[in-house]
Design a protein around this ligand. Structure first.
Ligand SMILES: CC(C)(COP(=O)(O)OP(=O)(O)OC[C@H]1O[C@@H](n2cnc3c(N)ncnc32)[C@H](O)[C@@H]1OP(=O)(O)O)[C@@H](O)C(=O)NCCC(=O)NCCS
Length: 261
């Protein structure tokens, strides 16, 4: 079987943290959220055999190989992580990507009938997949790029947030907290980021405001995925949610072993 990568990745970054705990079983997933963190360097040609035709076709629409690989790894990891949690084969997981706005298959991923909520994010060479039964979830990963954040901060931050953003990392901390919330609500960037108010980058992550009403119950957790990246996961739930960050290289390696045997 062809062991080559699906295509060339960009320059590697440092490894994500090793697994800090085991994934929860479906029975205990309610108070937990797992975030599988993978690198596109770990994507192998045979992983693509786990995907359904529509997922492959969708990924093939990307012009750039790195965009394709990110999309394919997100879809592969979603199947592998959900399959492990649910105790089924990856190909048996039903993934529905119906867009709430137009009905096309490019929206947030849903796992109907599983009791699990899911979210996928990719940036640079990192891909993250969050799964939880606790409530709608959103994960956002951003590679910290040397942008002129001052030029765009007013489109992302409210005035109180802007006053707390003292550098590039602070900016990406605020960005990922907000995008995680908007992915959990399913609105995405259709809602202006200045409609949300989150706590200062130096403080624990909290959703302080969303639109004009009281914010929904939201458990926000900044997550360490790799050096040079910021990431956050949001779960719309009233009770605290424990987040387990899992190095996806193991689940990807196991998938390759089981297909070769
Ligand atoms: C969701 C969104 C914020 C992602 O932004 P990003 O930083 O570029 O990308 P990320 O890597 O963090 O996330 C991409 C993933 O978000 C998921 N996603 C797409 N739409 C989503 C939504 N409305 N809510 C939550 N997640 C969504 C998908 O899984 C996607 O990955 P995939 O296509 O490989 O499966 C942005 O694409 C967006 O706002 N989309 C919705 C806009 C919209 O509603 N448009 C109407 C189209 S008709």
């Amino acid at each position: 079987m062809d062991q080559s990568r699906a295509s060339e990745p960009p320059a590697p970054a440092s490894e994500p943290p090793a697994a800090v705990s085991q994934p929860p079983s479906a029975a205990t997933a309610g108070a937990q959220c797992t975030v599988h963190v993978g690198r596109i360097q770990h994507l192998r040609q045979h992983h693509l055999g786990l995907l359904h035709e529509a997922e492959l076709e969708r990924a093939q629409r990307y012009q750039l190989a790195t965009d394709r690989d990110r999309a394919m790894l997100g879809a592969v990891l979603l199947r592998l992580a959900a399959a492990r949690t649910l105790g089924v084969e990856p190909g048996e997981v039903t993934v529905d990507r119906t867009c709430d706005r137009c009905g096309a298959q490019h929206g947030r991923p849903r796992l109907p009938g599983s009791g699990l909520h899911a979210s996928v994010s990719h940036s640079g060479d990192v891909v993250a997949v969050a799964l939880t039964a606790a409530g709608p979830v959103g994960v956002d990963v951003e590679a910290v790029r040397p942008i002129d954040f001052a030029a765009v901060a007013d489109r992302v931050c409210t005035p109180p947030e802007r006053a707390e953003v003292r550098g590039l990392t602070d900016f990406y901390t605020v960005w990922t907290r907000k995008e995680a919330v908007l992915k959990a609500t399913g609105e995405g960037l259709a809602r202006p980021m200045t409609d949300l108010h989150v706590s200062a980058p130096s403080a624990a992550p909290v959703l302080l405001g969303l639109g004009s009403g009281a914010p929904p119950h939201c458990q926000l957790t900044d997550i360490p995925v790799a050096d040079g990246y910021r990431a956050c996961v949001a779960v719309l739930a009233a009770d605290p949610v424990t987040v387990a960050i899992l190095d996806a290289s193991e689940i990807l390696r196991t998938a390759s072993t089981s297909r070769q045997s």
